[in-house]
Ligand binder design. Sequence first.
Ligand SMILES: Nc1ncnc2c1ncn2[C@@H]1O[C@H](COP(=O)(O)OP(=O)(O)OP(=O)(O)O)[C@@H](O)[C@H]1O
Ligand SMILES: [Mg+2]
Length: 579
Amino acid sequence: MVFGRPARGRFALASLAGGAALGSGTGLLATSAWLISRAAQHPPILFLTVAIVGVRTFGLARGVARYAERLLSHSGAFGVLRELRIAVWQRLERIAPAGLPAYRSGDLLARLVADVDAQQDLFLRVLVPSAVAALVYAGALALLAWLLPPAALVLLAGLLTTTVAVPWLAGRTGRRAERRVAPARGALSTAVVDLLRSMPDLIGCGAADRRLVRVAALDRELIRAESSSAGAAGLSAGLATLAGGLTVCGALVAGVAGVRAGVLDGVALAVVVLTPLATHEAAGALPQVAQQAERVRRSADRVVDVLDRPAPVREPTAPELLPGPPYTLRVHRLRAAWPGASAPALDGVDLELRPGRRVAVVGPSGSGKSTLVAVLLRFLDPTGGRVTLNGTDVTALAGDDVRRVVKLCAQDAHLFDTTIGENVLLARRSATPEEMDAALAAARLLDWVRALPDGLATRVGEHGSRISGGQRQRIALSRALLADPPVLLLDEPAEHLDTATGDTLTADLLAATAGRTTLLVTHRLAMLGAVDEVVVLDGGRVVQRGTHAHLSAVPGPYRRMWDIECWADRGPEGADLAG
Ligand SMILES: Nc1ncnc2c1ncn2[C@@H]1O[C@H](COP(=O)(O)OP(=O)(O)OP(=O)(O)O)[C@@H](O)[C@H]1O
Ligand SMILES: [Mg+2]
Protein backbone atom coordinates (compact mmCIF):
# COMPACT_ATOMS: atom_id res chain seq x y z
CA MET A 1 0.00 0.00 0.00
CA VAL A 2 1.47 3.33 -1.05
CA PHE A 3 0.56 4.95 2.27
CA GLY A 4 2.91 2.54 4.08
CA ARG A 5 5.97 3.67 2.11
CA PRO A 6 7.16 6.52 4.38
CA ALA A 7 6.99 4.19 7.42
CA ARG A 8 8.90 1.32 5.74
CA GLY A 9 12.01 1.94 7.85
CA ARG A 10 10.06 1.79 11.08
CA PHE A 11 8.33 -1.45 10.06
CA ALA A 12 11.68 -3.02 9.14
CA LEU A 13 13.15 -2.01 12.52
CA ALA A 14 10.01 -3.26 14.27
CA SER A 15 10.40 -6.63 12.54
CA LEU A 16 14.05 -6.81 13.62
CA ALA A 17 13.10 -5.88 17.19
CA GLY A 18 10.28 -8.46 17.13
CA GLY A 19 12.73 -11.04 15.81
CA ALA A 20 15.18 -10.10 18.56
CA ALA A 21 12.41 -10.42 21.20
CA LEU A 22 11.34 -13.86 20.04
CA GLY A 23 14.94 -14.85 19.39
CA SER A 24 15.77 -13.84 22.98
CA GLY A 25 12.77 -15.90 24.14
CA THR A 26 14.07 -18.89 22.22
CA GLY A 27 17.61 -18.21 23.42
CA LEU A 28 16.36 -17.92 26.99
CA LEU A 29 14.66 -21.31 26.85
CA ALA A 30 17.56 -22.93 25.03
CA THR A 31 20.26 -21.59 27.41
CA SER A 32 18.16 -22.31 30.51
CA ALA A 33 17.55 -25.82 29.19
CA TRP A 34 21.28 -26.29 28.70
CA LEU A 35 22.03 -24.71 32.09
CA ILE A 36 19.59 -26.98 33.97
CA SER A 37 20.83 -30.12 32.26
CA ARG A 38 24.49 -29.20 32.69
CA ALA A 39 23.99 -28.10 36.31
CA ALA A 40 22.49 -31.53 37.03
CA GLN A 41 25.95 -32.95 36.29
CA HIS A 42 27.46 -30.77 39.11
CA PRO A 43 30.30 -29.24 37.06
CA PRO A 44 32.54 -26.53 38.60
CA ILE A 45 30.55 -23.27 38.66
CA LEU A 46 33.02 -21.65 36.25
CA PHE A 47 31.72 -23.89 33.43
CA LEU A 48 28.26 -22.42 33.94
CA THR A 49 29.04 -18.65 34.10
CA VAL A 50 28.67 -18.01 30.37
CA ALA A 51 25.25 -19.70 30.33
CA ILE A 52 24.17 -17.80 33.47
CA VAL A 53 25.09 -14.47 31.85
CA GLY A 54 23.31 -15.66 28.68
CA VAL A 55 20.10 -16.35 30.62
CA ARG A 56 20.24 -12.88 32.19
CA THR A 57 20.99 -11.15 28.88
CA PHE A 58 18.25 -12.95 26.98
CA GLY A 59 15.77 -12.30 29.81
CA LEU A 60 16.42 -8.56 29.75
CA ALA A 61 16.76 -8.24 25.97
CA ARG A 62 13.44 -9.94 25.44
CA GLY A 63 11.50 -7.24 27.32
CA VAL A 64 13.42 -4.35 25.79
CA ALA A 65 13.12 -5.71 22.23
CA ARG A 66 9.40 -6.45 22.64
CA TYR A 67 8.86 -2.86 23.84
CA ALA A 68 10.81 -1.47 20.89
CA GLU A 69 8.84 -3.64 18.46
CA ARG A 70 5.46 -2.47 19.81
CA LEU A 71 6.56 1.16 19.87
CA LEU A 72 7.97 1.18 16.33
CA SER A 73 5.22 -0.83 14.67
CA HIS A 74 2.39 1.14 16.29
CA SER A 75 3.99 4.49 15.63
CA GLY A 76 4.40 3.44 11.98
CA ALA A 77 0.86 2.08 11.68
CA PHE A 78 -0.76 5.13 13.29
CA GLY A 79 1.27 7.38 11.00
CA VAL A 80 -0.06 5.46 8.02
CA LEU A 81 -3.63 5.70 9.35
CA ARG A 82 -3.25 9.43 9.77
CA GLU A 83 -2.10 9.89 6.16
CA LEU A 84 -4.83 7.59 4.87
CA ARG A 85 -7.58 9.31 6.82
CA ILE A 86 -6.41 12.72 5.60
CA ALA A 87 -6.39 11.40 2.01
CA VAL A 88 -9.94 10.01 2.35
CA TRP A 89 -11.11 13.27 3.89
CA GLN A 90 -9.50 15.36 1.14
CA ARG A 91 -11.13 13.13 -1.46
CA LEU A 92 -14.50 13.59 0.24
CA GLU A 93 -13.93 17.33 0.18
CA ARG A 94 -13.28 17.13 -3.57
CA ILE A 95 -16.32 15.01 -4.41
CA ALA A 96 -18.62 16.90 -2.02
CA PRO A 97 -21.29 17.95 -2.33
CA ALA A 98 -22.25 16.73 -5.83
CA GLY A 99 -20.56 13.32 -5.55
CA LEU A 100 -21.55 12.46 -1.97
CA PRO A 101 -25.09 11.26 -2.73
CA ALA A 102 -23.37 8.14 -4.16
CA TYR A 103 -22.90 7.07 -0.51
CA ARG A 104 -25.20 6.98 2.45
CA SER A 105 -23.88 8.97 5.38
CA GLY A 106 -23.66 6.06 7.85
CA ASP A 107 -21.80 3.94 5.31
CA LEU A 108 -19.46 6.80 4.59
CA LEU A 109 -18.78 7.16 8.31
CA ALA A 110 -17.97 3.43 8.51
CA ARG A 111 -15.57 3.80 5.57
CA LEU A 112 -13.85 6.85 7.04
CA VAL A 113 -13.51 5.39 10.55
CA ALA A 114 -13.76 1.59 10.75
CA ASP A 115 -12.43 0.66 7.31
CA VAL A 116 -9.49 3.04 7.63
CA ASP A 117 -8.79 1.72 11.15
CA ALA A 118 -8.82 -1.82 9.82
CA GLN A 119 -5.77 -0.97 7.69
CA GLN A 120 -3.50 -0.86 10.77
CA ASP A 121 -3.85 -4.65 10.95
CA LEU A 122 -2.01 -4.93 7.64
CA PHE A 123 1.11 -3.81 9.48
CA LEU A 124 0.44 -4.93 13.07
CA ARG A 125 -1.05 -8.35 12.34
CA VAL A 126 0.10 -9.27 8.87
CA LEU A 127 3.41 -7.81 7.73
CA VAL A 128 5.37 -7.39 10.97
CA PRO A 129 4.37 -10.82 12.49
CA SER A 130 5.19 -12.55 9.19
CA ALA A 131 8.61 -10.90 9.02
CA VAL A 132 9.29 -11.69 12.70
CA ALA A 133 8.23 -15.32 12.28
CA ALA A 134 10.43 -15.65 9.18
CA LEU A 135 13.47 -14.35 11.12
CA VAL A 136 12.86 -16.54 14.15
CA TYR A 137 12.17 -19.68 12.12
CA ALA A 138 15.29 -19.12 10.04
CA GLY A 139 17.37 -18.82 13.24
CA ALA A 140 15.77 -21.82 14.96
CA LEU A 141 16.03 -24.00 11.83
CA ALA A 142 19.69 -23.08 11.44
CA LEU A 143 20.38 -23.93 15.12
CA LEU A 144 18.60 -27.29 14.94
CA ALA A 145 20.12 -28.17 11.57
CA TRP A 146 23.54 -27.64 13.18
CA LEU A 147 22.67 -29.68 16.31
CA LEU A 148 20.50 -32.45 14.83
CA PRO A 149 19.20 -32.31 11.22
CA PRO A 150 16.17 -34.64 11.79
CA ALA A 151 14.90 -32.25 14.53
CA ALA A 152 15.18 -29.40 12.00
CA LEU A 153 13.02 -31.42 9.62
CA VAL A 154 10.42 -31.89 12.36
CA LEU A 155 10.41 -28.13 13.00
CA LEU A 156 10.07 -27.47 9.26
CA ALA A 157 7.05 -29.80 9.10
CA GLY A 158 5.49 -27.95 12.06
CA LEU A 159 6.18 -24.65 10.35
CA LEU A 160 4.48 -25.74 7.13
CA THR A 161 1.48 -27.00 9.10
CA THR A 162 0.99 -23.68 10.93
CA THR A 163 1.66 -21.41 7.97
CA VAL A 164 0.06 -23.35 5.12
CA ALA A 165 -2.29 -26.13 6.22
CA VAL A 166 -3.96 -24.41 9.20
CA PRO A 167 -4.58 -21.03 7.45
CA TRP A 168 -5.91 -22.91 4.42
CA LEU A 169 -8.36 -24.81 6.61
CA ALA A 170 -9.33 -21.69 8.60
CA GLY A 171 -9.60 -19.67 5.40
CA ARG A 172 -12.13 -22.12 3.97
CA THR A 173 -14.44 -21.55 6.94
CA GLY A 174 -13.64 -17.90 7.58
CA ARG A 175 -13.29 -16.32 4.15
CA ARG A 176 -17.00 -16.03 3.40
CA ALA A 177 -17.65 -14.51 6.83
CA GLU A 178 -14.72 -12.13 6.37
CA ARG A 179 -16.17 -10.92 3.09
CA ARG A 180 -19.44 -10.07 4.85
CA VAL A 181 -17.99 -8.20 7.86
CA ALA A 182 -17.10 -4.80 6.32
CA PRO A 183 -20.30 -4.40 4.20
CA ALA A 184 -22.44 -5.58 7.16
CA ARG A 185 -20.78 -3.00 9.37
CA GLY A 186 -21.49 -0.31 6.73
CA ALA A 187 -25.14 -1.37 6.45
CA LEU A 188 -25.65 -1.34 10.22
CA SER A 189 -23.98 2.03 10.61
CA THR A 190 -26.15 3.47 7.79
CA ALA A 191 -29.31 2.11 9.40
CA VAL A 192 -28.42 3.44 12.85
CA VAL A 193 -27.56 6.93 11.56
CA ASP A 194 -30.80 6.99 9.51
CA LEU A 195 -32.78 5.79 12.51
CA LEU A 196 -31.38 8.41 14.87
CA ARG A 197 -31.85 11.18 12.37
CA SER A 198 -35.47 10.31 11.60
CA MET A 199 -36.45 9.27 15.14
CA PRO A 200 -38.93 12.12 15.81
CA ASP A 201 -40.73 11.44 12.49
CA LEU A 202 -40.73 7.69 13.03
CA ILE A 203 -42.14 7.97 16.55
CA GLY A 204 -44.64 10.54 15.30
CA CYS A 205 -46.07 8.22 12.66
CA GLY A 206 -45.69 5.05 14.77
CA ALA A 207 -43.13 3.44 12.47
CA ALA A 208 -40.24 3.32 14.95
CA ASP A 209 -40.76 -0.33 15.95
CA ARG A 210 -40.55 -1.60 12.38
CA ARG A 211 -37.32 0.32 11.84
CA LEU A 212 -35.89 -1.00 15.11
CA VAL A 213 -36.65 -4.54 13.98
CA ARG A 214 -34.70 -3.86 10.75
CA VAL A 215 -31.73 -2.46 12.66
CA ALA A 216 -31.83 -5.49 14.97
CA ALA A 217 -31.80 -7.79 11.92
CA LEU A 218 -28.76 -5.97 10.48
CA ASP A 219 -27.10 -6.17 13.90
CA ARG A 220 -27.69 -9.94 13.99
CA GLU A 221 -26.24 -10.23 10.49
CA LEU A 222 -23.05 -8.43 11.61
CA ILE A 223 -22.84 -10.57 14.76
CA ARG A 224 -23.24 -13.73 12.63
CA ALA A 225 -20.47 -12.62 10.29
CA GLU A 226 -18.22 -11.60 13.20
CA SER A 227 -18.83 -14.85 15.09
CA SER A 228 -18.13 -17.06 12.05
CA SER A 229 -14.96 -15.07 11.60
CA ALA A 230 -14.09 -15.39 15.31
CA GLY A 231 -14.90 -19.12 15.12
CA ALA A 232 -12.48 -19.54 12.24
CA ALA A 233 -9.86 -17.57 14.18
CA GLY A 234 -10.41 -19.79 17.25
CA LEU A 235 -10.17 -22.95 15.15
CA SER A 236 -6.91 -21.86 13.60
CA ALA A 237 -5.44 -20.82 16.95
CA GLY A 238 -6.38 -24.22 18.43
CA LEU A 239 -4.97 -26.14 15.49
CA ALA A 240 -1.77 -24.07 15.61
CA THR A 241 -1.33 -24.89 19.32
CA LEU A 242 -1.89 -28.56 18.56
CA ALA A 243 0.65 -28.42 15.75
CA GLY A 244 3.11 -26.68 18.10
CA GLY A 245 2.67 -29.43 20.72
CA LEU A 246 3.12 -32.17 18.15
CA THR A 247 6.28 -30.48 16.87
CA VAL A 248 7.75 -30.50 20.39
CA CYS A 249 6.87 -34.20 20.76
CA GLY A 250 8.39 -34.89 17.35
CA ALA A 251 11.58 -33.02 18.33
CA LEU A 252 11.71 -35.05 21.57
CA VAL A 253 11.48 -38.34 19.67
CA ALA A 254 14.13 -37.20 17.17
CA GLY A 255 16.34 -35.91 20.01
CA VAL A 256 16.13 -39.14 22.05
CA ALA A 257 16.92 -41.13 18.92
CA GLY A 258 19.87 -38.79 18.29
CA VAL A 259 21.23 -39.26 21.85
CA ARG A 260 20.82 -43.05 21.55
CA ALA A 261 22.66 -43.04 18.23
CA GLY A 262 25.36 -40.90 19.84
CA VAL A 263 25.04 -37.99 17.38
CA LEU A 264 23.60 -35.63 19.99
CA ASP A 265 25.13 -34.72 23.32
CA GLY A 266 22.70 -35.53 26.17
CA VAL A 267 22.98 -31.98 27.49
CA ALA A 268 21.90 -30.56 24.10
CA LEU A 269 18.75 -32.72 24.12
CA ALA A 270 16.94 -30.08 26.16
CA VAL A 271 17.92 -27.43 23.57
CA VAL A 272 16.53 -29.56 20.74
CA VAL A 273 13.22 -30.05 22.58
CA LEU A 274 12.72 -26.56 23.97
CA THR A 275 13.72 -24.56 20.87
CA PRO A 276 10.58 -25.59 18.91
CA LEU A 277 8.52 -24.75 21.99
CA ALA A 278 9.84 -21.18 22.02
CA THR A 279 9.66 -20.85 18.26
CA HIS A 280 6.01 -21.71 18.46
CA GLU A 281 5.37 -18.35 20.12
CA ALA A 282 6.31 -16.67 16.84
CA ALA A 283 4.01 -18.99 14.93
CA GLY A 284 1.05 -18.14 17.18
CA ALA A 285 0.10 -15.14 15.03
CA LEU A 286 0.64 -16.89 11.70
CA PRO A 287 -2.62 -18.83 11.18
CA GLN A 288 -4.58 -15.60 11.48
CA VAL A 289 -2.41 -13.76 9.00
CA ALA A 290 -4.41 -15.02 6.03
CA GLN A 291 -7.69 -14.17 7.71
CA GLN A 292 -6.48 -10.72 8.75
CA ALA A 293 -5.16 -10.10 5.26
CA GLU A 294 -8.59 -10.93 3.82
CA ARG A 295 -10.30 -8.58 6.28
CA VAL A 296 -7.83 -5.78 5.54
CA ARG A 297 -8.33 -6.30 1.79
CA ARG A 298 -12.14 -6.02 2.05
CA SER A 299 -11.89 -2.79 4.03
CA ALA A 300 -9.16 -1.49 1.71
CA ASP A 301 -11.48 -2.03 -1.29
CA ARG A 302 -14.10 0.17 0.38
CA VAL A 303 -11.54 2.88 1.16
CA VAL A 304 -10.04 2.75 -2.36
CA ASP A 305 -13.55 3.06 -3.80
CA VAL A 306 -13.79 6.48 -2.12
CA LEU A 307 -10.22 7.46 -3.08
CA ASP A 308 -10.76 6.54 -6.74
CA ARG A 309 -14.15 8.17 -7.20
CA PRO A 310 -13.89 10.81 -9.90
CA ALA A 311 -14.46 14.35 -8.65
CA PRO A 312 -17.45 16.13 -10.22
CA VAL A 313 -15.25 19.21 -10.43
CA ARG A 314 -11.84 19.17 -12.13
CA GLU A 315 -9.38 21.39 -10.31
CA PRO A 316 -6.90 23.10 -12.65
CA THR A 317 -3.36 21.74 -12.28
CA ALA A 318 -1.89 25.25 -12.47
CA PRO A 319 -4.67 27.57 -11.24
CA GLU A 320 -4.68 31.14 -12.47
CA LEU A 321 -4.29 34.01 -10.03
CA LEU A 322 -7.55 35.28 -8.56
CA PRO A 323 -8.36 38.68 -10.15
CA GLY A 324 -8.77 41.63 -7.77
CA PRO A 325 -12.04 43.36 -6.76
CA PRO A 326 -14.56 44.68 -7.75
CA TYR A 327 -15.98 41.47 -9.15
CA THR A 328 -18.26 40.88 -12.11
CA LEU A 329 -19.61 37.35 -12.45
CA ARG A 330 -20.78 36.46 -15.98
CA VAL A 331 -22.61 33.33 -17.04
CA HIS A 332 -22.56 32.70 -20.78
CA ARG A 333 -24.71 30.02 -22.49
CA LEU A 334 -24.19 27.77 -19.46
CA ARG A 335 -25.03 24.07 -19.68
CA ALA A 336 -24.64 21.80 -16.66
CA ALA A 337 -25.65 18.23 -15.85
CA TRP A 338 -25.48 16.26 -12.61
CA PRO A 339 -23.39 13.06 -12.65
CA GLY A 340 -25.53 10.21 -13.94
CA ALA A 341 -28.41 12.44 -15.07
CA SER A 342 -29.67 11.91 -18.62
CA ALA A 343 -30.80 15.51 -19.28
CA PRO A 344 -28.87 18.69 -18.44
CA ALA A 345 -30.21 20.62 -15.43
CA LEU A 346 -29.20 23.93 -17.06
CA ASP A 347 -29.24 24.64 -20.78
CA GLY A 348 -28.05 27.90 -22.33
CA VAL A 349 -28.36 30.16 -19.29
CA ASP A 350 -27.02 33.74 -19.48
CA LEU A 351 -26.59 35.98 -16.47
CA GLU A 352 -24.56 39.00 -15.45
CA LEU A 353 -23.83 40.02 -11.87
CA ARG A 354 -22.07 43.40 -12.02
CA PRO A 355 -20.75 44.95 -8.77
CA GLY A 356 -23.61 46.09 -6.55
CA ARG A 357 -26.33 44.54 -8.72
CA ARG A 358 -28.96 42.27 -7.31
CA VAL A 359 -30.51 39.59 -9.52
CA ALA A 360 -33.30 37.24 -8.52
CA VAL A 361 -33.71 33.79 -10.06
CA VAL A 362 -37.22 32.33 -9.89
CA GLY A 363 -38.89 29.29 -11.40
CA PRO A 364 -40.79 26.15 -10.54
CA SER A 365 -39.26 23.38 -8.41
CA GLY A 366 -36.63 21.43 -10.35
CA SER A 367 -36.07 24.22 -12.87
CA GLY A 368 -32.33 24.35 -12.09
CA LYS A 369 -32.05 27.26 -9.64
CA SER A 370 -29.92 25.40 -7.08
CA THR A 371 -27.91 23.84 -9.92
CA LEU A 372 -26.98 27.35 -11.08
CA VAL A 373 -25.85 28.15 -7.54
CA ALA A 374 -23.79 24.91 -7.44
CA VAL A 375 -22.01 25.86 -10.68
CA LEU A 376 -21.28 29.39 -9.44
CA LEU A 377 -19.76 27.91 -6.27
CA ARG A 378 -17.66 25.45 -8.33
CA PHE A 379 -19.42 22.44 -6.81
CA LEU A 380 -20.30 21.31 -10.33
CA ASP A 381 -18.44 21.79 -13.62
CA PRO A 382 -20.23 23.29 -16.62
CA THR A 383 -20.67 20.88 -19.53
CA GLY A 384 -20.96 23.77 -21.94
CA GLY A 385 -20.70 27.57 -21.98
CA ARG A 386 -18.63 29.61 -19.57
CA VAL A 387 -18.72 31.22 -16.17
CA THR A 388 -16.21 34.03 -15.79
CA LEU A 389 -15.05 36.13 -12.86
CA ASN A 390 -13.71 39.46 -14.12
CA GLY A 391 -13.15 37.76 -17.47
CA THR A 392 -11.24 34.72 -16.08
CA ASP A 393 -12.94 31.38 -16.67
CA VAL A 394 -13.75 30.01 -13.20
CA THR A 395 -12.66 26.51 -14.27
CA ALA A 396 -9.13 27.95 -14.54
CA LEU A 397 -9.28 29.18 -10.93
CA ALA A 398 -8.85 27.09 -7.79
CA GLY A 399 -12.27 26.20 -6.38
CA ASP A 400 -11.32 27.58 -2.97
CA ASP A 401 -10.33 30.90 -4.56
CA VAL A 402 -13.71 31.16 -6.30
CA ARG A 403 -15.42 30.44 -3.00
CA ARG A 404 -13.43 33.24 -1.35
CA VAL A 405 -15.32 35.62 -3.65
CA VAL A 406 -18.67 33.84 -4.02
CA LYS A 407 -20.36 32.64 -0.83
CA LEU A 408 -23.66 30.96 -0.21
CA CYS A 409 -26.43 31.15 2.34
CA ALA A 410 -28.13 27.86 1.53
CA GLN A 411 -31.71 26.62 1.38
CA ASP A 412 -31.13 24.48 4.46
CA ALA A 413 -27.96 26.02 5.88
CA HIS A 414 -26.32 23.74 8.41
CA LEU A 415 -26.18 24.87 12.02
CA PHE A 416 -23.60 23.15 14.20
CA ASP A 417 -24.54 21.85 17.62
CA THR A 418 -22.85 24.70 19.44
CA THR A 419 -23.69 28.27 20.47
CA ILE A 420 -25.33 30.98 18.34
CA GLY A 421 -22.11 33.00 18.54
CA GLU A 422 -19.93 30.12 17.29
CA ASN A 423 -22.35 29.44 14.44
CA VAL A 424 -22.19 33.03 13.24
CA LEU A 425 -18.44 33.43 13.83
CA LEU A 426 -17.81 30.40 11.62
CA ALA A 427 -17.87 32.81 8.67
CA ARG A 428 -15.04 35.00 9.95
CA ARG A 429 -13.33 34.11 13.19
CA SER A 430 -11.52 37.45 13.32
CA ALA A 431 -14.76 39.49 13.42
CA THR A 432 -14.99 42.11 16.19
CA PRO A 433 -17.99 42.15 18.59
CA GLU A 434 -19.24 45.29 16.79
CA GLU A 435 -19.14 43.57 13.37
CA MET A 436 -20.91 40.60 14.90
CA ASP A 437 -23.64 42.82 16.34
CA ALA A 438 -24.02 44.57 12.98
CA ALA A 439 -24.47 41.23 11.17
CA LEU A 440 -27.00 40.09 13.77
CA ALA A 441 -28.84 43.41 13.56
CA ALA A 442 -28.99 43.24 9.74
CA ALA A 443 -30.57 39.79 10.03
CA ARG A 444 -32.91 41.23 12.73
CA LEU A 445 -31.62 38.86 15.37
CA LEU A 446 -29.86 41.24 17.73
CA ASP A 447 -32.87 42.03 19.97
CA TRP A 448 -33.83 38.39 20.20
CA VAL A 449 -30.28 37.30 21.06
CA ARG A 450 -29.95 40.05 23.69
CA ALA A 451 -33.21 38.94 25.31
CA LEU A 452 -31.98 35.33 25.66
CA PRO A 453 -30.72 34.49 29.19
CA ASP A 454 -27.46 33.13 27.74
CA GLY A 455 -27.29 35.57 24.81
CA LEU A 456 -24.75 34.53 22.18
CA ALA A 457 -23.77 31.55 24.35
CA THR A 458 -27.20 29.94 23.83
CA ARG A 459 -26.79 26.49 22.33
CA VAL A 460 -28.82 25.81 19.18
CA GLY A 461 -29.01 22.01 19.48
CA GLU A 462 -28.25 19.47 16.76
CA HIS A 463 -29.13 20.93 13.33
CA GLY A 464 -30.54 23.93 15.23
CA SER A 465 -33.30 21.80 16.74
CA ARG A 466 -33.68 24.05 19.81
CA ILE A 467 -34.57 27.20 17.88
CA SER A 468 -37.28 28.00 15.33
CA GLY A 469 -36.91 27.64 11.55
CA GLY A 470 -37.01 31.41 11.09
CA GLN A 471 -34.31 31.96 13.72
CA ARG A 472 -32.24 29.23 12.08
CA GLN A 473 -32.40 30.95 8.67
CA ARG A 474 -31.61 34.32 10.25
CA ILE A 475 -28.52 32.88 11.97
CA ALA A 476 -27.44 31.48 8.59
CA LEU A 477 -28.08 34.88 7.02
CA SER A 478 -26.08 36.78 9.63
CA ARG A 479 -23.29 34.25 9.09
CA ALA A 480 -23.33 35.03 5.35
CA LEU A 481 -23.43 38.78 6.02
CA LEU A 482 -20.53 38.56 8.49
CA ALA A 483 -18.49 36.69 5.87
CA ASP A 484 -19.02 39.84 3.79
CA PRO A 485 -18.33 38.16 0.43
CA PRO A 486 -17.94 40.23 -2.75
CA VAL A 487 -20.70 38.09 -4.30
CA LEU A 488 -23.45 36.67 -2.09
CA LEU A 489 -25.69 33.81 -3.20
CA LEU A 490 -28.93 33.22 -1.30
CA ASP A 491 -30.73 29.98 -2.15
CA GLU A 492 -34.34 30.14 -0.96
CA PRO A 493 -33.47 31.70 2.40
CA ALA A 494 -37.18 31.91 3.28
CA GLU A 495 -37.89 28.28 2.42
CA HIS A 496 -39.72 26.26 5.12
CA LEU A 497 -41.06 29.46 6.74
CA ASP A 498 -44.68 30.59 6.76
CA THR A 499 -45.50 33.28 4.21
CA ALA A 500 -45.54 36.19 6.67
CA THR A 501 -42.25 35.21 8.38
CA GLY A 502 -40.69 34.41 5.02
CA ASP A 503 -41.67 37.76 3.56
CA THR A 504 -40.33 39.66 6.59
CA LEU A 505 -37.07 37.73 6.34
CA THR A 506 -36.84 38.42 2.59
CA ALA A 507 -37.57 42.11 3.16
CA ASP A 508 -34.87 42.21 5.86
CA LEU A 509 -32.31 40.50 3.71
CA LEU A 510 -33.09 42.75 0.76
CA ALA A 511 -32.52 45.72 3.05
CA ALA A 512 -29.30 44.17 4.35
CA THR A 513 -27.95 43.41 0.87
CA ALA A 514 -28.68 46.79 -0.72
CA GLY A 515 -25.65 47.78 -2.82
CA ARG A 516 -24.08 44.31 -2.47
CA THR A 517 -23.64 41.96 -5.45
CA THR A 518 -26.33 39.38 -4.75
CA LEU A 519 -28.03 36.49 -6.49
CA LEU A 520 -31.30 35.65 -4.76
CA VAL A 521 -32.98 32.35 -5.57
CA THR A 522 -36.59 32.36 -4.46
CA HIS A 523 -40.05 31.19 -5.35
CA ARG A 524 -41.79 34.14 -3.60
CA LEU A 525 -42.18 37.10 -5.90
CA ALA A 526 -43.73 39.57 -3.44
CA MET A 527 -40.50 41.43 -2.61
CA LEU A 528 -38.81 41.32 -5.99
CA GLY A 529 -39.59 44.96 -6.81
CA ALA A 530 -36.37 45.73 -4.93
CA VAL A 531 -34.00 43.76 -7.21
CA ASP A 532 -32.46 45.01 -10.45
CA GLU A 533 -33.35 42.03 -12.61
CA VAL A 534 -35.50 38.92 -12.34
CA VAL A 535 -34.56 35.81 -14.35
CA VAL A 536 -37.26 33.17 -14.83
CA LEU A 537 -36.00 29.61 -15.27
CA ASP A 538 -38.04 26.67 -16.48
CA GLY A 539 -36.61 23.25 -17.31
CA GLY A 540 -33.08 24.62 -17.10
CA ARG A 541 -33.69 27.42 -19.64
CA VAL A 542 -34.26 31.15 -19.18
CA VAL A 543 -37.84 31.72 -20.29
CA GLN A 544 -38.18 35.39 -19.29
CA ARG A 545 -36.10 38.20 -17.81
CA GLY A 546 -36.62 41.84 -16.81
CA THR A 547 -37.69 43.91 -13.84
CA HIS A 548 -40.51 42.82 -11.54
CA ALA A 549 -42.60 45.82 -12.63
CA HIS A 550 -42.22 44.86 -16.29
CA LEU A 551 -42.61 41.11 -15.95
CA SER A 552 -45.69 41.34 -13.74
CA ALA A 553 -47.33 43.67 -16.26
CA VAL A 554 -46.85 41.59 -19.44
CA PRO A 555 -48.45 38.17 -20.07
CA GLY A 556 -46.07 35.27 -19.58
CA PRO A 557 -44.86 32.70 -17.06
CA TYR A 558 -43.85 35.34 -14.48
CA ARG A 559 -47.26 36.99 -14.64
CA ARG A 560 -48.95 33.60 -14.16
CA MET A 561 -46.79 32.86 -11.09
CA TRP A 562 -47.48 36.35 -9.75
CA ASP A 563 -51.26 35.94 -10.18
CA ILE A 564 -51.18 32.61 -8.36
CA GLU A 565 -49.16 34.13 -5.51
CA CYS A 566 -51.53 37.10 -5.14
CA TRP A 567 -54.53 34.79 -5.24
CA ALA A 568 -53.02 32.59 -2.53
CA ASP A 569 -52.15 35.61 -0.36
CA ARG A 570 -55.20 37.80 -0.70
CA GLY A 571 -57.92 35.90 -2.59
CA PRO A 572 -59.48 36.81 -5.99
CA GLU A 573 -59.46 40.59 -5.38
CA GLY A 574 -55.76 40.45 -4.61
CA ALA A 575 -55.15 38.81 -7.96
CA ASP A 576 -57.31 41.44 -9.68
CA LEU A 577 -55.44 44.20 -7.92
CA ALA A 578 -52.15 42.68 -9.03
CA GLY A 579 -53.44 42.48 -12.60
N1 LIG B 1 -27.13 16.61 -6.24
C1 LIG B 1 -27.85 16.27 -7.32
N2 LIG B 1 -27.57 15.14 -7.99
C2 LIG B 1 -28.27 14.79 -9.09
N3 LIG B 1 -29.28 15.50 -9.59
C3 LIG B 1 -29.62 16.65 -8.99
C4 LIG B 1 -28.93 17.09 -7.82
N4 LIG B 1 -29.49 18.26 -7.43
C5 LIG B 1 -30.48 18.52 -8.32
N5 LIG B 1 -30.56 17.56 -9.26
C6 LIG B 1 -31.49 17.53 -10.41
O1 LIG B 1 -31.28 18.69 -11.20
C7 LIG B 1 -32.51 19.26 -11.59
C8 LIG B 1 -32.61 20.69 -11.12
O2 LIG B 1 -32.65 20.70 -9.71
P1 LIG B 1 -32.43 21.97 -8.80
O3 LIG B 1 -32.14 21.51 -7.43
O4 LIG B 1 -31.42 22.84 -9.46
O5 LIG B 1 -33.86 22.64 -8.89
P2 LIG B 1 -34.41 23.90 -8.09
O6 LIG B 1 -34.89 24.84 -9.14
O7 LIG B 1 -33.40 24.39 -7.14
O8 LIG B 1 -35.65 23.28 -7.34
P3 LIG B 1 -36.26 23.67 -5.89
O9 LIG B 1 -37.07 24.91 -6.09
O10 LIG B 1 -37.12 22.52 -5.57
O11 LIG B 1 -35.13 23.86 -4.96
C9 LIG B 1 -33.61 18.38 -11.02
O12 LIG B 1 -34.06 17.54 -12.06
C10 LIG B 1 -32.93 17.59 -9.93
O13 LIG B 1 -33.48 16.31 -9.85
MG1 LIG C 1 -33.30 24.48 -5.01
